[in-house]
Design a binder for this molecule. Structure first.
Ligand code: HEC
Length: 186
């Protein structure tokens, strides 16, 4: 906990420096979005994990970073079905990035960082992220075009805000995105 607190302080300092230069200090478009999720309709175990997630994954950056991420984890079979049924889910990877095992990989990456407090909660946080990303970005059964449309629009607005604030960092993150609708490929 001590280490996490120290890292948190470092981040607060960085953020303040960013603001002094005129921006919010956000490193990712995700950082400019909401820092809460409405989990009231989620099954109880996920509601419990949400509390752990909010606390542990906010040790180094705000929880906005995972909450507003483009990542959507699917299984191999889900990926194949989605490609058939909703090809538009793959059009702009900066808005939505469906990929097998993507949250598992990122949770592991975060856990490998020095001072990460996630510990034994990694698996349940990963499961929460898989469930939550489906529910909010495309529908639990990966079959809700209206939800996908709303998600893409939301994420597009975040990217626009971020680009206006920090065009140089935007270019680094999305070298292929000369226009927002040309973000194919990763
Ligand atoms: C020990 C510090 C630390 C903790 C704890 C931490 N992160 Fe991160 N996170 C980082 C750093 C640093 C980055 C910047 C990119 C990188 O280094 O991968 C980052 C970036 C991210 C990104 C954006 C990655 C991208 O390239 O788009 C996501 C999503 C993310 N973290 C999710 C999480 C989740 C989920 C948790 C909890 C399981 C978590 N983080 C806990 C340090 C941390």
């Amino acid at each position: 906990m001590f280490l996490a607190a120290v890292l948190g302080c470092g981040l607060a300092l960085t953020a303040r420096r960013g603001r002094a230069q005129g921006g919010s200090g956000a490193l990712f478009p995700n950082d400019l979005g909401p820092t809460t999720i409405d989990v009231s309709s989620y099954p109880k175990p996920y509601q419990d994990t949400y509390k752990v997630f909010r606390f542990k994954c906010a040790a180094c950056h705000t929880i906005a970073r995972p909450i507003n991420s483009e990542y959507l984890e699917v299984t191999g079979a889900e990926l194949a079905a989605l490609k058939r049924k909703m090809p538009e889910a793959f059009q702009e990877t900066a808005l939505l990035r469906p990929e097998v095992g993507i949250w598992k990989r990122y949770v592991k990456k975060m856990m490998a960082k020095p001072g990460c407090p996630v510990g034994g909660d990694g698996k349940r946080i990963w499961e929460f992220l898989v469930y939550d990303s489906k529910v909010r970005k495309i529908g639990l059964h990966l079959d809700n075009p209206a939800k996908l449309g709303a998600w893409k629009h939301f994420r597009w607005e975040l990217l626009q805000k971020f680009k206006a604030e920090n065009p140089k960092r935007f270019q680094e993150l999305y070298p292929r995105c000369t226009s927002f609708l040309l973000c194919t490929g990763s």
